[in-house]
Design a binder for this molecule. Structure first.
Ligand code: NAI
Length: 333
């Protein structure tokens, strides 16, 4: 019995994500919450012949509390998306408050749930959720995840394209580490399950790294003011949620890159911090998942010089993003 909840369920990501979760046979209840349209989305999805019972709530009459009650897995795609020319950090002003308020609801109505944050900027919104949960004395770092899966999905697709065989994209696995914005997105292409062509030039390698880091911009530009990635994000979010649900259900050997608080690791993430040469509280890397959520946070392993340089370049921006999120709750302006 798994109750999944989507906060921001009527949006560009929220609707297709809710559809994909409704299609997941492991989910027995699906709760949808948004400030608009959830009764309609819920009625529509409820006619699909899969096990999940679907219910939609709006803010009046304690809707947030009702949707969160008994939630096992909560996915948050609530907030505004980017328009051309905007970075993910430009979204902070609006999304930080939305995420804070939803996290406050979680802290009181579903303090033991697994929380998956999609709302951008992820590098800052995940610390916001953590700080709110800490304030309420219910923070369990093993249960909080920033969803960086879209970067992983893009890396798989772009590598398969370079290999000239898109049918490989489902099996190509590339660890993407760091964070989820621009230079903080670090693909470890040397660890790809499918090696890159030996004759790939440095220019081609650099273009591939850049495309993985800034792939979101391609979508923002093509949508021309109508938003950012929604369908690919819904796919990625549903994939990550499905992995987590399998792991909390007892399946062994499930792992995925995700942005986590390093204190979730049994050894406090010390080995990773040592590798990074920096005492960061959050980082995205391959995480082994288990019944409690985070079971182990993996180190980066062996890197090429180019990858070491990318990790180094990511750290200052990541540290600033994390601090921005922490300060928003600790000392709000
Ligand atoms: P959207 O504008 O289409 O949908 C957002 C939804 O959130 C709307 O339905 C809105 O009514 C709802 N919402 C706003 N305030 C709310 C509140 N207080 N409580 C509940 N719902 C609320 O935006 P879209 O395209 O779905 O993007 C959502 C977020 O996801 C953005 O922040 C975007 O930047 C982020 N995103 C994250 C990605 C990732 O890889 N982690 C990738 C793509 C987008």
């Amino acid at each position: 019995m798994v109750k999944a909840v989507v906060l921001g369920a009527a949006g560009g990501i929220g609707q297709p994500l809710s559809l994909l979760l409704k299609a997941n046979p492991l989910i027995t209840e699906l709760g949808l919450f948004d400030i608009v349209n959830t009764p309609g989305v819920a009625a529509d999805l409820s006619h699909i012949s899969t096990p999940a019972k679907v219910v939609g709530y709006l803010p009046p009459d304690d809707g947030l509390k009702k949707v969160l009650t008994n939630a096992d897995v909560i996915v948050i795609p609530a907030g505004v998306p980017r328009k051309p020319g905007m970075t993910r950090d430009d979204l902070f002003k609006i999304n930080a408050g939305i995420v804070r308020d939803l996290a406050t609801g979680i802290a009181t109505a579903a303090p033991k749930a697994f929380v998956l944050v999609i709302s951008n900027p992820v590098n800052s919104t995940v610390p916001i959720v953590a700080e709110v949960l800490k304030k309420h004395g219910v923070f369990d770092p093993k249960r909080l995840f920033g969803v960086t899966t879209l970067d992983v999905v893009r890396a798989s697709t772009f590598v398969a394209e370079i290999l000239g065989d898109l049918s490989l994209s489902k099996s190509v696995a590339v660890p993407v580490v760091g964070g989820h914005s621009g230079v903080t997105i670090v693909p470890l292409l040397s660890q790809s399950s499918h090696p890159l062509p030996a004759n790939l030039t440095t220019d081609q390698y650099e273009a591939l790294v850049k495309r993985i880091q800034f792939g979101g911009d391609e979508v923002v530009k093509a949508k021309d003011g109508a938003g950012s990635a929604t369908l690919s994000m819904a796919y990625a979010g549903a994939e990550f949620a499905a992995k987590l649900i399998r792991a909390i259900g007892g399946e062994k050997g499930v792992s995925a890159p995700t942005f986590v608080n390093l204190s979730a690791d049994p050894s406090g993430g010390e080995a990773l911090k040592k590798e990074l040469g920096q005492d960061l509280d959050y980082f995205s890397t391959v995480v082994e998942l288990g019944p409690e959520g985070v079971a182990k946070i993996n180190t980066l392993g062996s890197l090429t010089d180019a990858e070491t340089a990318l990790v180094k370049a990511a750290i200052p921006e990541l540290a600033t993003n994390i601090q921005t999120g922490v300060s928003f709750i600790a000392s709000p302006k």
